[in-house]
Design a protein around this ligand. Structure first.
Ligand code: CP
Length: 300
């Protein structure tokens, strides 16, 4: 890999390479691997985990970071184009990590610079490094990526982490349950993608009906920031809330994942349930992102 813009660009070998490398970074920290390297984190949208885990990943490997966490403090607020911003930043650093609200922005950035670009989320489209940490979390908790039943619940329309993960898992023979209210169902291209790839899936509205046979329950937040009409958001924002007592009778290996932040789709009483894994999942982001960075820079 010399960039990471979309999971659809990755082979099975690419994905397994990152998962294996993440495990190595977790077991054997290498505090000097990125000595002398400088990474830019350009966040045109808010973030807690993605930006901070990228910056942690770089700094714990001895590299350094520049960037902005609020586009309002950059010259884009004066009208500078994304094109010119990327050209400028390319003069300074070895690698760009970028989050942007426009779908395709990371692809565009990667085409106008010679340095590698990592997509840290582009609108509702893709979030490929979240997928890398999700894969690592699934492998750690299940011992395998193969033949798992994965239920994805919530905002499947705007949830970019869902879109990236469902594409990545195509190599591993998953069975999917997609649970969403009608307004937040998967965009049509994703069921089409699964039919083309012979992936088993169904779509439904009842979360309770998927709990008993799931290996992974992937909860998601309703993405308020993507709605043009807040009345529509109000209608669907409280559709699902997972509570600890709902996990009785579920499989012993079940793990609850969530890309976070959560609002109210996972009640706080789930946090103490041994099946809750979302905070460890976020921790895995450091190792998965170290793996992605070093792989893209050709260092491992
Ligand atoms: N999972 C995720 O993308 O979280 P942040 O928006 O906090 O980066």
């Amino acid at each position: 890999m010399n960039k990471l813009v979309s999971i659809s660009d990755c082979t099975k070998e690419d994905l397994l390479h990152i998962v294996n490398l993440a495990e190595k970074f977790e077991k054997n920290p290498n505090p000097h691997l990125l000595d002398g390297k400088l990474v830019a984190t350009l966040f045109f949208e808010p973030s807690t985990r993605t930006r901070l885990s990228f910056e942690t990943a770089v700094q714990r490997l001895g590299g350094r970071v520049i960037g902005f966490s609020d586009a309002a403090t950059s010259s884009s607020s004066k009208g500078e184009t994304l094109h010119d911003t990327i050209k400028m930043v390319s003069n300074y650093v070895d690698l760009i990590v970028m989050r942007h609200p426009i779908e395709g922005a990371a692809r565009y950035a990667s085409e106008i610079t010679n340095i590698p670009v990592i997509n840290a989320g582009d609108g509702s489209n893709q979030h490929p490094t979240q997928t890398m940490l999700d894969l690592y979390s699934i492998k750690k908790t299940q011992g395998t990526l193969e033949n798992l039943t994965i239920s994805m619940v919530g905002d499947l329309k705007y949830g970019r982490t869902v879109h990236s993960l469902l594409m990545a898992m195509r190599f591993f023979n998953p069975t999917y349950h997609f649970v969403a209210p009608n307004e937040l169902k998967l965009p049509a291209q994703y069921p089409e993608f699964m039919r083309k790839n012979n992936i088993k899936f169904d779509e439904r509205e009842d979360m309770n009906s998927v709990l008993a046979d799931s290996d992974i329950l992937y909860m998601t937040r309703v993405q308020q920031e993507r709605f043009t009409d807040l009345v529509e958001y109000e209608k669907v924002k409280n559709t699902y809330t997972l509570r600890s007592n709902m996990l009785e009778g579920t499989k012993s290996n079940l793990k609850i994942l969530h890309p976070l932040p959560r609002i109210n789709e996972i009640a706080p009483d789930v946090d103490d349930n041994p099946k809750a894994y979302y905070f460890e999942q976020a921790r895995n982001g450091v190792f998965a992102r170290q793996a992605v960075i070093c792989s893209i820079l050709g260092m491992c």
